[in-house]
Write a protein that binds this ligand. Sequence first.
Ligand SMILES: *[C@@H]1O[C@H](CO)[C@@H](O)[C@H](O)[C@H]1NC(C)=O
Ligand SMILES: *[C@@H]1O[C@H](CO)[C@@H](O)[C@H](O)[C@H]1NC(C)=O
Ligand SMILES: *[C@@H]1O[C@H](CO)[C@@H](O)[C@H](O)[C@H]1NC(C)=O
Ligand SMILES: *[C@@H]1O[C@H](CO)[C@@H](O)[C@H](O)[C@H]1NC(C)=O
Ligand SMILES: *[C@@H]1O[C@H](CO)[C@@H](O)[C@H](O)[C@H]1NC(C)=O
Ligand SMILES: *[C@@H]1O[C@H](CO)[C@@H](O)[C@H](O)[C@H]1NC(C)=O
Length: 770
Amino acid sequence: MDFNSQMLLLSTLFLCFLSLQVQANIPTLQTYIIQLHPQGLTSSPFYSKRQWHLSFLEQTLSAEEDSSSRLLYSYSNAMEGFAAQLSETEIEYLKKLPDVVAVRADRKYEIQTTYSPKFLGLSLGTQGVWFNSSMGEGAIVGVLDTGVWPESPSFSDSRMPSIPQKWRGACQEGQDFNSSNCNKKLIGAKFFIKGHHVASSPPSDVDQEYVSPRDSHGHGTHTSSTAAGASVAEASVFGNGAGVAQGMAPRAHIAVYKVCWFSGCYSSDIVAAMDAAIRDGVDILSLSLGGFPLPFFDDSIAIGSFRAMQHGISVNCAAGNNGPIQSSVANVAPWITTIGASTLDRRFPAIVRLSNGEFIYGESMYPGNKFKHATKELEVVYLTGGQMGGELCLKGSLPREQVEGKIVLCDRGVNGRSEKGQIVKESGGAAMILANTAINLEEDLVDVHVLPATLIGFAEANQLKAYMNTTSNPKARIQFGGTVIGRSRAPSVAQFSSRGPSLTNPSTLKPDVIAPGVNIIAAWPQNLGPTGLPEDSRRSNFTVMSGTSMACPHVSGIAALIHSAHPKWTPAAIKSAIMTTAEVTDHYGKPILDGSKPAGVFAMGAGHINPTKAIDPGLVYDIKPYEYVIHLCALGYTHSEIFIITHMNVSCHKVLQMNKGFSLNYPSMSVVFKHKTTSKAVSRRLTNVGSPNSIYSVEVTAPKGVQVRVKPRRLVFKYVNQSLNYKVWFMSEKGKEGKTVSSSEGHLTWVHSENGKYKVRSPIVVTWKN
Ligand SMILES: *[C@@H]1O[C@H](CO)[C@@H](O)[C@H](O)[C@H]1NC(C)=O
Ligand SMILES: *[C@@H]1O[C@H](CO)[C@@H](O)[C@H](O)[C@H]1NC(C)=O
Ligand SMILES: *[C@@H]1O[C@H](CO)[C@@H](O)[C@H](O)[C@H]1NC(C)=O
Ligand SMILES: *[C@@H]1O[C@H](CO)[C@@H](O)[C@H](O)[C@H]1NC(C)=O
Ligand SMILES: *[C@@H]1O[C@H](CO)[C@@H](O)[C@H](O)[C@H]1NC(C)=O
Ligand SMILES: *[C@@H]1O[C@H](CO)[C@@H](O)[C@H](O)[C@H]1NC(C)=O
């Protein structure tokens, strides 16, 4: 090192040291959400909400400080309160001011088709649900995500009806985005960045992202087009999965709220978006975001959703991608619809043919434009044992001389699947085999890799590795088989889909349902390659993605269809329709699988969505907003916790006295036996939304270890909108028989007397806790 560069290094170090010194004297500010008493403003001298909110900062900050520069958002619809930047000392002081109900530090959440409409039976002419629901006409779906690519053909408004009169939203201007980007399909677009800005200062990422509703990531374009994208003929990903691409509700309107940035999605931004969406007049909210399961009073999404539900908005959320770990399910509030992911029966075979004649099944989208194609026979290498992560194909771990012109085997994990392909390509590799590990087992996720590649299951990976161990010169070729439909069992539960039971609220069975979330083709920004990698210079209007993020907008779109067909239904009635008509068998009429075993209720909830039936469920379990308050009381939430969640001042003592034996009218039943209790009763109320003079009788499959009694066993509905109650008793036999099971499942179904016309099914799960 010469003298000059040493000086430079020293002075840089010195400068760093200096800036650290300076920073240490400025207390670090972070974002807090401050919830206020809803009646506080009326008893204060302020004439505007913003002034009232600023007054809390003025009381807290020193006189020289500009309080308005600290205020990020004033909320009024999703929550009473505001978001502001404060130091720890300041928030300690502010907490104690009158009318402050709760204070929460900002929290980060993460984001988690050409074929799926047909798979779900949507487009069957005058028989299908699209015919009866006018394809979602009149409904507005609000999507909280990474924004939108408005020029995508999926957001074209040709033949769209005009914008509903009640719409109060707008198209917010920003970088490369203005009002001309909205139309009768994409009727609103806004972005919320203040929380993200505070959390990521210096705002390095922001330079690479559009500071506008425009999507820099692709995820939001994909999810919003899945919910309500327009029909696009001849859509495909380089010839893969070719067909008509359309959302679940092709005539519904879309309003986009960008809350997710490269570094994540912050709760202060999410609440601001929900606040705007409620005021703007959306009918459905779709949140393909998740985090860790939290108690409701500490979860801004749960609190904002409660307000949305009170306004008649259905809130649909992804269950999370942390399966198959037990109790990983997130977004579990009973007023939210929680959605897990399932597989389609569409496959993209990419078979590895070994030189010894064996072959290994894998899947991939071939990046070229040809259907049938195979690589040459090439040597296969697997760089294990090094320090650099060669077996994972991490950056810098693949020496060119060892991989050039070869097929490189890479284990999944640590870096992204497409990223591994990019690294193999950069290192000179000719092709890639991605191997599932014990974590992913046999899950098949396809990607549009930048080089010929395939993904193989865990068992297949062991087979390949064993072959490589016993051969001095292992060789193989990858043979691509195009798109194959209908030859595999589907739907099944996706391996990654988060599982119940919910730890924060075991009395509600979660997830509620599963929906297609594996290898979903939907719209994609026109300036991104289909892998989303910066190095990917290919362009496609569609790409394939997997996740509960993809499952969630399927249900949001279906909620839009139901809303369009039944505009007066509450969010609870819409959810009930989706849950009680869900399927528990696959397209072969056999139980839906979870891996190699039949799926349980903690994996699939009520089952796999069936939109055709959901639009006409016969009966619904409806819930009035106030009933959730009684439920929270019954769960033992404190007065102040309930106040934070609902903004309602209730005395649970009185509430429970007036509602003895209350059960939340949920479409599924979760019964928890604690300590020595041996019997439990729940009640339910069914409302007739089918035809007058309908008679239903009950069929029960009792969970193992309990006896179930239902009264009455017959419900006679004379007219439409009539509600009738029934009661179910569960008697635990566990003590008597000394069984060791900790939970067991069954179901209860009300069957219409014209057999098969309507079947209203509720899953039951019984859990024993000590
Ligand atoms: C659609 O409506 C028609 C006519 O009202 C009815 O016969 C048909 O059963 C409905 N289909 C569905 C799926 O609800
Ligand atoms: C919006 O942007 C487009 C393209 O950048 C431009 O042609 C148009 O004039 C702008 N419209 C408005 C209303 O600013
Ligand atoms: C292959 O050989 C390595 C080293 O001998 C061993 O650790 C590994 O378990 C073997 N793999 C298989 C699948 O046989
Ligand atoms: C994407 O769609 C646009 C608008 O329909 C079209 O002009 C363009 O050619 C398409 N791009 C590709 C790569 O197919
Ligand atoms: C709730 O109501 C009671 C009596 O109506 C009142 O004394 C109390 O201050 C209220 N609490 C809040 C947080 O509004
Ligand atoms: C049922 O109730 C809804 C909303 O309350 C109402 O719009 C509808 O007309 C009622 N239907 C009948 C047949 O009474």
